[in-house]
Write a protein that binds this ligand. Structure first.
Ligand code: AMP
Length: 252
């Protein structure tokens, strides 16, 4: 596996890839788990060359402390990528992705204001900006995103369409723990007690007759509920357990 840190190295690498090869990209923020690995597996099956980026993108965090404490397990991640048969790991620093500072940002003015966007101002601007930068640097033919972050997936699909980009966005189903909790890098920040409570999010989204009843049941159980809403055949929800924010969605 090739490891690249510099954007210029990535551009040079990209220039010499044969035109016949299908390139798949899996963007991540590291602290890899089975959810990420399912995206890698799909990319490995469908593409000739698989590139994974690990970059904890500061512009999508509203709180710089939250960015600083985001879990980092780089050496373990690298071993996992090698085992998964990844060809290129792109591991840039903040300066490599934002050489201009973060003066240019990509704004979406509709869906990004709802749901998670209503509670995390600027979050999706940061997400779309970094994904656009990665798309320009790596020029993948296909890019893989998890349905766990359903709103993010819809926004990225929308961005690719809006900017006439020839990139196929490949959605991948949510991977869960045996009890139903969606895998997330943030789960490692939960205390044992919070971990046992966290499973309620998925359960209640699934069994409640309506979004509003799911919201009230979660509140009655003592969770701070950011939102529960139905959108495009899914029930989306976000709760906070102490400092940890968890999101999930289920198919209706
Ligand atoms: P992250 O590192 O959290 O930014 O996630 C990188 C990619 O992995 C995103 O496309 C996520 O939607 C996806 N992902 C994260 N958790 C899961 C999961 N439990 N199942 C499937 N995909 C996931």
């Amino acid at each position: 596996m090739i490891e690249l840190q510099l954007s210029e190295q990535m551009r040079q690498w990209r220039k010499q890839v044969s035109l016949k090869k299908v390139i798949g990209l899996v963007p991540t923020m590291g602290a890899l788990h089975e959810g990420h690995l399912s995206l890698l597996k799909k990319a490995r099956e469908e593409c000739d060359v698989v590139v994974v980026s690990i970059f904890v993108n500061p512009t999508q965090f509203e709180d710089s402390n939250d960015w600083a404490i985001y879990p980092k397990t780089l050496s373990q991640d690298i071993s996992l990528l090698k085992t998964a048969g990844v060809d290129v790991a792109f591991l840039p620093t903040v300066d490599q992705i934002y050489p201009e500072g973060d003066h240019f940002q990509l704004t979406e003015d509709s869906l990004s204001r709802l749901f998670c966007g209503a509670h995390r101002p600027g979050h999706f601007r940061g997400v779309l900006t970094v994904v656009m930068k990665l798309f320009h640097l790596i020029k993948p033919h296909q890019a893989y995103f998890g349905e766990k972050d359903f709103q993010q997936l819809q926004l990225i699909k929308g961005m690719v369409e809006a900017f006439f980009m020839d990139i196929k966005i490949c959605p991948c189903p949510t991977v869960r723990e045996a009890d139903g909790l969606a895998l997330s890098s943030r789960n490692s920040q939960l205390t044992l007690e919070q971990r046992s409570q966290a499973v309620e999010l998925h359960k209640i989204l699934q069994v409640s007759p309506s979004a509003s009843s799911a919201k009230s049941v979660l509140s009655q159980k003592g969770f701070l509920v950011d939102y529960v809403e139905d959108y495009q055949g899914r029930r989306l929800g976000a709760i906070r357990l102490g400092k940890v924010r968890l999101i999930d969605n289920v198919i209706l």
